[in-house]
Write a protein that binds this ligand. Structure first.
Ligand code: IPT
Length: 975
């Protein structure tokens, strides 16, 4: 006999969103439940209709089977679907995982209601117990619950079978830019309640202390009415809250949430309430109890709640009446060992890191994240844009108005709201991502507006129809990757009606996030611009064994660190699992590495988000400003650091003034600024004064800085010493150099250079293989002048080097003429290589982390030192990396402190790595690189900004390398 669930063929029926599934609710049943996580018997079938026979293997729950030992491996595609079938169809070859296990339902659950909870399964879940069909669910990133009361027998074992079909009609609306997986990706559990139970709890807690708790009570028998004498109470941090009998009597009042809720209500006003915001996430513990007539507790539900308001007034999004900046990031549930399965500790580590780097907002791109994420956001303080699991990217236009998908849209959006509406962190509902805009969206939006009028809605696809259009389903103008000038023009147009908060901007793929500081300078100074969400948090590199190409899976803990996979392993991206249809490294576009090591761009963000800033320096001291929205400065302390060009660094404690948000005050320095010493930079190292939930006391929060004195005019070097050795080719000979300084215009293309089309142009021009020809070598006393020509398909760049002996070394004066047609190149500068053994770089300039011309706001000027091996940033696909901006001088030395010192004519972009640009250009993965023993040193006269052109705007004209004559000079000495 055909199984009725299979007979429905639910994988090709978009109208079927579920069958036998309980309504979503906000009652958290995780504690006290019977966990069914662990190893399950497992079979991977080629199609849903294949019969199960033969031997079982095992699969771990929760966990995608694609990350375990099966032949169905992860595949990465962005926009395009992994197969050609049109919606709602799925391919004939459709991996289907059958999970089975025995469950011993406790004998003392007899007479009680018993519920199976499956945290997440993608993309269709079929449930059988003891061979009997129980239910169906779709919606891969939300839980499905099924009532097993009449199916299982307490005290006796039952066999639970969960069949998970990978491809379905629903896959067409789960076409997010990420790896494709299959399996049960969140926990499975069994819980029990009294037959009469709390079916749902809706909390509204406002900033004035007004609290309303609506409880839906249901009887398993189906009758919703409370039996005689039963009642509900609440407990708010120990204060008893009584059932609102007034409400019971009226039973219908104007401000009811909807016709489905509010059967029992608790109402209270909390005097002197501590309000919730992302800076001070004050939470209260609320326990709702359902009492039998004799007072005993039949059911209870615990919620951590926060009192806060969200409003849009004019074009401002307000939290508790304040126009807060949204310093957001897009976050996927991702882990390099387990794919979409993430643990509580991992999520906590994600959020702690984000807090430490100044982020205050998360968009749950592009589906409801693991439930714990919201608990953590409540607790640590984040504003969350909660996004429904709808992305129909490849077939967006067809699906947005397709009535067959209407149920699915409303189902997904409403289930998200029903699950998450009690979280103070959730301030905006998002209808999904990249799905065009159609009637299905409006249907979902209509449901939300009726059900939860307390939060705005956003949807990029709707906002795109007109940022100020009142008729589209988006209360926020939330574009993605909009050019800054368009945002500014809109804000200044007089036509703006909604807050402008980019749902995605500053694409973090590889060495990226150029112009972030320019964006924030505009945002903070332009009414109507309120922030945005960086794309995205984490590189989705999967830890892979190089030998057999398989994901390492859960056993891989410890096989990576500092952004790098252990030898014999690598971070896999699209194509690395043998996929023929894939989108390459585009899946690695996070601001942290797969192992959560921060990329240098994180420091840029940290500084841009600084809660304390230096306004100005006057004789009486430094003017500090509090840039927070709610908090004083009492949680912070600091240290002053004064770096002088002569090598001195003065430090001293900083007492931060007691400032309210927006206030400024002058503070004295603990030391006098020396009258001598040349260029002087003052940095305030701000640290946490006491433990925070997300950082122990002493954690650095930001390092704002100000230049106190410009550099002295450069002194003309005194010519001295024997003539410099230059060979017949015009190449400098030097005992510490293995390759003489020559001109280069090439950098290993960044992801932005590649995907923005610049690298293709540079290659076509031949900039990666320019041929140097010496034109002349002239000697004039001690001075040697070398003229050379560097030719490529595009033309010739004339280069001139003049070598003059100076005390202890050689001065190199260079000029290069970039003809008009070389209108936008990666760099122009010198490159040379050193002998092995010079393993420490010390420099005066910006640092210590990597910085580039358009990403240099986060690196203070000071005296820095790092081992050469630590200077390089191991972006997943090797590319230009390790640069330091604004370098005035540096030394490269061996452990006995001998080596070379370089003095630059002005602050320049410098990099010291173990790799030639050509080494990096040729490699596709970091593990293919073999470090050289010496150093490859670049000194750039000009270096192109990074921009974000892999997805979004390129860098700004100010950061381009322009044609004309470039001059730079430097002095090389032995130390
Ligand atoms: C945008 C997507 O929303 C996001 O998921 C990701 O793919 C990002 O781009 C790029 O990494 S959509 C793009 C077509 C602008």
């Amino acid at each position: 006999m055909t199984d009725p669930l299979l007979a429905l063929r639910p994988w090709q029926a978009p109208e079927v969103t579920s069958w036998g599934r309980l309504p979503m609710n906000a009652v958290d049943r995780r504690s006290g439940a019977l966990s069914l996580d662990g190893d399950w018997r497992f079979r991977l079938l080629p199609t849903p209709e294949a019969t199960v026979h033969g031997t079982w293997s095992t699969a771990h729950v929760p966990g995608a089977w694609t990350m375990q030992d099966t032949d169905d491996l992860p595949q990465y595609t962005n926009v395009r679907m992994p197969y050609a079938e049109f919606p709602p169809r799925s391919p004939a070859a459709n991996p289907t995982g059958v999970y089975e296990r025995h469950v011993d339902v406790p004998a003392d659950w007899a007479g009680r209601r018993i519920v199976l909870h499956v945290g997440a399964a993608e993309s269709v879940l079929l449930v059988h117990v003891d061979g009997r069909p129980v239910g169906i669910s779709k919606d891969s990133h939300l839980a499905a619950e099924f009532d097993l009361t009449d199916v299982v027998r307490p005290g006796e074992p039952s066999v639970v079978r969960l069949t998970v079909v990978k491809w379905s009609d629903a896959t067409h609306i789960e076409d997010q830019d990420q790896w494709w997986h299959g399996g049960i990706t969140r926990s499975v559990l069994l819980y029990t309640t009294d037959p009469l139970h709390l079916a749902d709890v809706t909390v509204r807690a406002r900033r004035d202390g007004d609290l309303r708790v609506d409880c839906l009570v249901r009887d398993a028998a189906g009758d919703g009415a409370l039996p005689e004498g039963w009642y509900v109470t609440g407990d708010l941090d120990g204060d008893l809250l009584a059932q609102d009998t007034e409400f019971d009597r009226l039973n219908a009042e104007d401000e009811r949430v909807s016709d489905f809720l509010g059967e029992v209500r608790i109402r209270a006003v909390v005097p002197g309430v501590r309000t919730w915001n992302a800076e001070q996430p004050e939470l209260y513990g609320l326990t709702v109890r359902l009492h039998r007539a004799d007072g005993t507790v039949a059911d209870s539900s615990y919620h951590r709640i926060g009192f806060r308001d969200v409003d849009i007034v004019g074009r401002d999004l307000l939290v508790n009446g304040e126009r807060v900046f949204i310093r957001g990031v897009n976050r996927h549930d991702f882990h390099p060992l387990t794919g979409r399965t993430v643990s509580y500790d991992d999520m906590r580590a994600d959020l702690v890191l984000l807090k430490r780097f100044g982020f205050n907002a998360i968009r749950t791109s592009h589906y409801p994240n693991d439930p714990s994420l919201y608990d953590l956001a409540d607790e640590l303080g984040f504003y969350v844009v909660d996004e429904a699991d709808i992305e129909s990217h490849d077939h967006a236009h067809e699906i947005a108005d397709d009535p067959r998908y209407l149920n699915a849209f409303v189902d997904r959006v409403s289930r998200m709201v029903l699950r998450d509406r009690n979280h103070p962190s959730v301030i905006v509902w998002s209808l999904g991502n990249e799905s065009d805009y159609g009637a299905n969206h409006d249907a979902a939006a209509g449901w939300v507006r009726r059900h939860d009028p307390t939060r705005p809605i956003q949807y990029e696809g709707a906002a795109k129809r007109g940022w100020a259009d009142p008729d589209v389903a988006s209360d926020i103008a939330c574009p993605m990757y909009a050019p800054l000038e368009d945002c500014l023009a809109h804000a200044l147009s007089g036509q703006q009606t909604k807050p402008l908060i980019q749902c995605e901007y500053s694409h973090a793929m590889g060495n990226s996030n150029g112009t972030l500081a320019d964006h924030w300078a505009a945002i903070e100074s332009t009414p109507g611009l309120q922030g945005g969400f960086i794309w995205e948090f984490r590189d989705h590199g999967i830890l892979q064994r190089v030998s057999d190409g398989r994901p390492v899976g859960r056993a891989g803990a410890g096989l990576y660190g500092n952004g790098v996979a252990a030898p014999g392993h690598r971070w896999a991206y699209g194509g690395d699992f043998g996929e023929t249809v894939h989108d390459g490294a585009f899946v690695a576009d996070g601001i942290v590495f797969p192992d959560r090591t921060p990329k240098p761009a994180m420091y840029e963000h940290r500084e841009i988000a600084a809660p304390v800033r230096i306004r100005s320096f006057r004789h009486e001291g430094v003017v500090l400003a509090n840039h927070q929205h709610f908090r004083g400065l009492d949680w912070l302390t600091g240290t002053w650091e004064l770096a002088l060009a002569d090598g001195r660094t003065l430090t001293g404690p900083a007492a931060l003034p007691d400032l309210r948000p927006g206030e400024t005050a002058a503070v004295p320095l603990p030391f006098a600024v020396p009258a001598d010493g040349g260029e002087a930079w003052l940095t305030l190292r701000v640290t946490t004064a006491e433990d925070q939930a997300w950082a122990p006391a002493g954690t650095e929060v930001c390092a704002p800085r100000i230049r106190l004195r410009a550099a002295d005019a450069p002194r003309e070097p005194v010519v001295s010493g024997p003539a410099v050795e230059v060979d017949a080719e015009g190449l400098l000979r030097h005992p510490l150099l293995t390759a003489a300084p020559t001109l280069t215009l090439w950098r290993a293309p960044t992801d932005n250079d590649e995907l923005g089309g610049m690298a293709a142009r540079w290659r076509a021009w031949g900039l990666d293989q320019m041929v140097r020809e010496v034109v002349s070598v002239r000697r004039d006393g001690e001075r040697v002048t070398v003229e050379s020509e560097h030719g490529c398909a595009l033309g010739v760049v004339r280069h001139r080097q003049q070598f003059t002996p100076v005390e202890g070394g050689v001065r190199v004066e260079e000029s290069a003429e970039l003809p008009e047609e070389f209108h936008d190149v990666a760099r122009i500068g010198s490159v040379f290589e050193t002998v092995a053994g010079l393993d420490l770089l010390e420099w005066f300039g910006q640092g210590p982390w990597e910085s580039y011309p358009d990403r240099a706001a986060g690196a203070p000027v000071g005296h820095h030192a790092l081992p050469v091996d630590d200077l390089f940033t191991p972006y997943l696909r090797p590319q230009e990396s390790g640069g330091r901006h604004g370098v005035r001088r540096f030394t490269l030395s061996s452990p006995d402190a001998t080596g070379l010192a370089v003095e630059l004519d002005e602050p320049r972009q410098v990099s010291v790595t173990r790799y030639r640009a050509e080494d990096l250009t040729a490699a596709a993965h970091h593990d293919e690189l073999t470090p050289r023993t010496g150093c490859v040193v670049h000194i750039d006269a000009a270096h192109r900004g990074l921009g974000t052109a892999s997805c979004g705007p390129d860098t700004f004209p100010a950061y381009l390398v322009t044609p004309g004559v470039h001059r730079w000079s430097w002095t090389l000495r032995m130390v």
